[in-house]
Design a protein around this ligand. Structure first.
Ligand code: GSH
Length: 172
């Protein structure tokens, strides 16, 4: 099954798609293709129709953070794992990744187009507060290393690092 082709439903410009791309590259998964919201996705019984969706072996998997763990498990024997084996460390990684989504990635659309007056300013303040707390956490956790994952890329690095792609997109 790991050899089956994987399809990423989403735009190349999406930070959520970038998350999956990073882990697929770490796992040397070569056979991947991009697709628009496919018939399979629209017909599938996913709770919401947001992208990213990964299609593997004809089965759709939603939510980028869930997808990261799925890829890590399916291709466990190829490439490094993005989560440590320590249960506490795993729990903290999941917590901070969820925090990044709650405080930062989920409000990205508000930064560009907000229907609420001053909505973009409020969203920007929330992002700034989130980044300050994340930086404090980074200093506590990284033990002098350059990454959250220590000396190799881990779950939080991928969850947060994908946001850098937005800089490129907004500069185009
Ligand atoms: N929590 C989701 C968020 C995904 C998300 O917000 N995707 C946006 C595009 S970047 C989306 O699908 N918006 C609604 C739509 O395109 O119909 C994830 O991590 O995959």
């Amino acid at each position: 099954m790991p050899e089956s082709c994987v399809e990423l439903i989403g735009s190349w410009a999406s930070p959520f798609v970038l998350r999956a791309q990073i882990v697929l590259s770490m796992k040397n998964v070569g056979k991947k293709k991009f697709g628009p919201k496919s018939e399979l996705l629209l017909k599938s019984k996913l709770v919401h129709k947001k992208v990213l969706v990964l299609i593997h072996a004809n089965k759709p998997i939603p939510e980028s953070l869930v997808i990261l763990e799925y890829i890590d498990e399916v291709w466990a024997s190829s490439g490094p794992s993005i989560l440590s084996f320590d249960p506490y460390d795993r729990a903290m990684n999941r917590f901070w990744a969820a925090y990044i989504d709650e405080k930062m990635t989920s409000i990205i659309p508000c930064l560009a187009i907000s229907p609420v007056k001053d909505g973009a300013e409020v969203a920007l303040e929330q992002v700034k507060t989130g980044i300050i707390l994340l930086e404090e956490t980074f200093r506590e956790r990284n033990k002098g290393n350059a990454l959250f994952g220590g000396d190799k890329i881990g779950f939080i690095d991928i969850a947060s690092g994908c946001l850098v792609s937005l800089i490129k997109v907004t500069q185009m």
